[in-house]
Design a protein around this ligand. Structure first.
Ligand SMILES: *[C@@H]1O[C@H](CO)[C@@H](O)[C@H](O)[C@H]1NC(C)=O
Ligand SMILES: *[C@@H]1O[C@H](CO)[C@@H](O)[C@H](O)[C@H]1NC(C)=O
Ligand SMILES: *[C@@H]1O[C@H](CO)[C@@H](O)[C@H](O)[C@H]1NC(C)=O
Ligand SMILES: *[C@@H]1O[C@H](CO)[C@@H](O)[C@H](O)[C@H]1NC(C)=O
Ligand SMILES: *[C@@H]1O[C@H](CO)[C@@H](O)[C@H](O)[C@H]1NC(C)=O
Length: 490
């Protein structure tokens, strides 16, 4: 059984929608009491957090959560794009099973009638609630955040969300723009609030209601920041004086990178302040001053979200729910666990932690099976009285592997390379990450039958992460002479 006061901090990485994960299980309950679940999803959060060793970032609230949680050092999203990543981890199925690689289809129609994490809890007597960006809005959740299947009450969206990409950023010219970098005076913007502030308030309101509920609850809250644009209360900028902002240690396009692997970050280019820089497409570099400003605003946005998480967790304490609530914190795109884990493991792990039956492993294929898991249950990490012992006995990171994938419309970077629609996908990059290396093959992909052709190779990447932690030196070509680790040969 999980031990009192242990958390599960679930840090996800960093391969894409730019979205991070933590799980904290505060497990002081008496046998027989169902545990509640608070799932916090932060959009596009990378490991820029104090608990991951970042010295510059101010994230005291998340660090505090991490300090009594299980922190995953090597957690990987299955596809680093918001909608596919969220549908993947919320159903516990890989993108090749949900058949969602873009924003334009609903898995229940396109792939199979797969159960979701909240649906499973709902069917097991939980009140399930969604606040903010949990599922990606739009077709990918049937314009309803997968209601009524996933949620007991109508999902909440903050009303000020509609201003996110509008002209609300005061530029040096005194005019309002739709900028990438958008620190705001909250009192001055439409509605006098920001989406994440509204979401926190609503979540706290719901927690207050659940305090006296006879049923356990599953509350998912999705924060919009630090996803672009960086629209955040300007006082957070003061935490990060520009002169203290470091630059990326490796800003150059790596020499050995196959062009198909390059992401031309088209979404960023559309913003007015970025357009004004006249950057050349696709490889033109961003001026150093602007690089600093981007990093400053990303960090400020992380600190802003951290403050919201602080309010939320304080409310959990105030309502005396902290000892009966599993807190999982993740992004779509620690105490520490070195094992490589995948976000699709969230489903079986949360189910197991809450004492529900862990769904069985999926057969292959599993399109016809509504309830099964493609990820591992990570319960073993919570089972021991002493988590240190757990690490020694069970945390052999050499045995674990994480998979992820990313689609491309062409071999060379173009306007839709970062977010191709399904019909335009011609190449799929499949990655294997072990503790030692990341290996990616970019192969032909047919969007009509969803089949990848592994004999049609468009590019390859191989990085040894010990000697090349930032993955700047592609060893793929060197590996072609029979160098490839045995486990990677087809
Ligand atoms: C949690 O703590 C509160 C008071 O601090 C107590 O009343 C409640 O019974 C505890 N709940 C569980 C499940 O232990
Ligand atoms: C899909 O699953 C839901 C929830 O179990 C069920 O209500 C619905 O009837 C199913 N739809 C189909 C087409 O099987
Ligand atoms: C999607 O939403 C529409 C409109 O509410 C509804 O008619 C349809 O049944 C939903 N699709 C599924 C698979 O539930
Ligand atoms: C900025 O860097 C200076 C010099 O290292 C340091 O003294 C100061 O505390 C830093 N400011 C912040 C806000 O971190
Ligand atoms: C960008 O190009 C426009 C039009 O060619 C020019 O007016 C402007 O000065 C350029 N801006 C910069 C920052 O180079």
């Amino acid at each position: 059984m999980p031990q009192p006061d242990r958390g599960l901090l679930w840090l996800g990485l960093v391969l894409g929608c730019s979205c991070v994960p933590l799980v904290s299980a505060a497990l002081g309950n008496n046998a027989g009491d169902a545990l509640n679940v608070l799932l916090i999803i932060v959009d596009d959060l990378r490991l820029s957090l104090g608990c991951y060793g970042d010295k510059l970032i101010r994230s005291p609230n998340i660090d505090q959560l991490a300090s009594h949680s299980l922190l995953f050092q090597n957690a990987f999203a299955q596809q680093a794009v918001c909608a596919p990543s969220r549908v993947s981890f919320l159903t516990g199925r890989r993108p090749d099973t949900t058949r969602l690689y873009d924003f334009n289809s609903y898995w229940r129609v396109q792939a199979g009638n797969f159960s979701t994490i909240p649906q499973y809890f709902k069917e097991n007597g939980y009140v399930t609630m969604s606040v903010g960006k949990v599922f990606h809005p739009g077709i990918s959740s049937n314009h309803s955040d997968d209601s009524p299947y996933s949620w007991s009450v109508r999902p909440y969206h903050p009303s000020s969300e509609k201003y996110e990409n509008t002209k609300t950023c005061r530029g040096p010219d005194g005019e309002l723009h739709a900028n990438l970098i958008c620190p705001v005076d909250v009192a001055d913007i439409p509605e006098g609030t920001l989406p994440d502030k509204q979401s926190t308030k609503q979540a706290i309101r719901l927690l207050g209601k659940m305090k006296t509920s006879a049923s356990p609850f599953f509350l998912a809250i999705g924060y919009h920041k630090p996803h672009i644009p960086f629209r955040y209360p300007k006082e957070f900028q003061k935490l990060y004086p520009l002169e203290n902002i470091t630059l990326a240690p490796d800003p150059q396009v790596p020499a050995g990178l196959p062009p198909v692997a390059y992401n031309p970050w088209m979404d960023i280019r559309q913003r007015e302040d970025v357009q004004a820089l006249n950057l050349s497409v696709p490889y033109g570099s961003i001026p150093v001053d602007f690089q600093r400003k981007i990093r400053q605003s990303y960090f400020a946005s992380v600190s802003y979200v951290d403050t919201q998480v602080g309010h939320l967790l304080s409310a959990l304490d105030d309502f005396q729910l902290a000892n009966s609530t599993i807190v999982a914190f993740t992004s779509d795109h620690g105490r520490q666990v070195m094992d490589l884990v995948e976000l699709i493991s969230l489903f079986p792990t949360l189910a197991g932690l809450a004492g529900l039956h862990v769904p069985p492993r999926c057969p292959i294929p599993s399109f016809h099976v509504e309830l099964c898991r493609e990820g591992q249950s990570l319960l073993k990490h919570f089972r021991f009285h002493d988590l240190e012992e757990d690490l020694t006995l069970h945390g052999n990171p050499r045995e674990s592997i994480a998979y992820s994938q990313y689609p491309r419309p062409a071999d060379y970077p173009q306007w839709n390379s970062d977010k191709p629609s399904l019909k335009d996908i011609k190449v799929m990059g499949y990655s294997i990450r072990t503790i030692d290396y990341r290996y990616t093959v970019w192969v032909g992909f047919n969007p009509h039958d969803f089949l990848a052709n592994f004999s049609d190779i468009h590019g390859g990447e191989l990085y040894f992460v010990d000697s090349d932690p930032l993955q700047d030196h592609n060893m793929y070509n060197d590996s072609q002479g029979g160098y490839l680790p045995q486990s990677l040969t087809p």
